[in-house]
Design a binder for this molecule. Sequence first.
Ligand SMILES: [Cu+2]
Length: 656
Amino acid sequence: MLGKLTLSQIPYTNPIIMGAFGFMILAVVALFALITFLHKWKWLWYEWLTSVDHKKIGVMYIIVALVMGLRGFADVVMMRSQLALSFGSSQGYLPPEHYDQVFSAHGVIMIFFMAMPFLIGLINIAVPLQIGARDVAFPFMNSVSFWLFVVGVILVNLSLAIGEFAQTGWVAYPPLSELNYSPGVGVDYYIWSLEIAGVGTLLTGINFFVTIIRMRAPGMKLMQMPVFTWAALCTMVLIIAAFPILTVVLALLSLDRYLGMHFFTNTLGGNAMMYVNLFWAWGHPEVYILVLPAFGIFSEVIATFTGKRLFGYTSMIYATVVITVLSFLVWLHHFFTMGSGADVNAFFSLTTMVIAIPTGVKIFNWLFTIYRGRLRFTTPVLWTLAFMVTFTIGGMSGVMLSLPGADYVLHNSQFLIAHFHNTIIGGTVFGAFAGFAYWFPKAYGFKLNEKLGKRAFWCWFVGFYLTFVPLYILGFMGMTRRVNHYDNPTWHPLLIVAAAGVFLTLIGILLQVTQVVVSFLQRKQNLDLTGDPWDGRTLEWSTSSPPPSYNFATIPVVTGRDAFWEMKHNGAVNHRPTEYRSIHMPKNTGAGVFIGLFNLALGFALIWHIWWLAILGLLGIVVTLILRTSSDNIHYYVPAEDVARIENERAERLAR
Ligand SMILES: [Cu+2]
């Protein structure tokens, strides 16, 4: 009846896991109680959970990503404290089978359920506004994408206390991830949480690709699009081209595990290295899916806060396109040690080094934009400057690793850990935080508290170097990744320093949480009445904050790059239409939530081999899709008088 699921699968003897899961359940119950107490269930359902509005879907992505960021960081605290304690005779407090799950979950969560959705959230909020559109091309599909992501989040968190998570690292290389070495459900949680969330990501890729190509305001040519929109477009191309590879390689692994096939097994013709090749054929484009949007954010921030047009716009765009193409030609640098021969290694070494060139072009374009600009040191700017220093160091250690000779020594060492955290934290995380502070007033109508923002920044910045510089050194000292205990005395002091860095970063995170809470409490003082709190250059700043559901009462006509800047300086910004028209908009729908619920049932059932539930889940998905796509009650009109009232109120506010 319940397949593999029995009570013995609950690790109730493990106090750490039970404590963590108990805390999670408590937090959820407290949240539900608060919503009930505030009578907000109806509001939550009709205004948010069923929303097809890109702005609201974006906010929901970011909220879930932030919560998962806290979860992923809890894993960091566990790993660093374990390594600070587990020296010599002390085994620390995390046994190997638990420690392995912690670093595997940390990698999966931070990449799939924190960094990527954070950026997709920012893209959801900003891109349709930047191109002068009222929504994305497929609003319903956008809602489905979001809920498939949430299903992945729920499955990963359920694995904490119902069964186990993978103990394979975030890459789940076979043969370790095959059934004979991982007989538990951990790898199946890994497979289905990523397969389901991955389909959501692919749908997002298609959605925004079509939106950017087809829904730009009249006059906005490709080479007049904001840089962030260009970065988003290239990111969507990467998603559309790369994510199907991940879907297929995980499907093949599941065929090995469920049907005893031999794609990646040691025996009967299986080839584990085929998995590794396919995984990284997706994996390296994935790292650019993570960093290209951040590059776009930095470009927007620097142009806005220097009050200058971005230097080298065209070369910036070409650099992004070149990186997009090259990112498919370097994957083997993740396993030079496979022994594929000097010629093959040399090719992938060269292509990897070449990527440094377009990245360098970007760094110089940002520097030349700052040069002679009136730089305002706001929090988004601090994250951007920190990125430029930190990412450059990460890039340089990447070039070191791109030398097969050096990589043979440093592969899978702590040096590698330091390198990819250097690029992902220095690039993606700093970028996400810059974008969060930059577009927060647009989404919420008030600015974040700058003082707390700056204190959090400095804790993160110093904490980052305290944590990862020791790991670079430990890599040279021969410490490998994924060890939970060691007895080399020379490593211990460095691991203590790294642990101190993590605790300083933790203070930074607590300050960020405080910043959001305090900003909400002080929102009346920081209201953004103009919709243009930073004296912006692109179209999103031409709307009120938050923008009305229809974004633009009349679709703007674009006459050049930095469209809003043009409008502010040629007076078009003051133009008001003589009359407003009613606006055709998509209706909110619960179908996205139900497709999510049925996918959750399907995923959970596949993990635990509860076949009847899997069939029910699949049926539910199909029926919901048929009902939704055959319904014609999916649009509504915002009446012209409502539009006029909203726009007049705004004009009065601006005139005051
Ligand atoms: Cu790579």
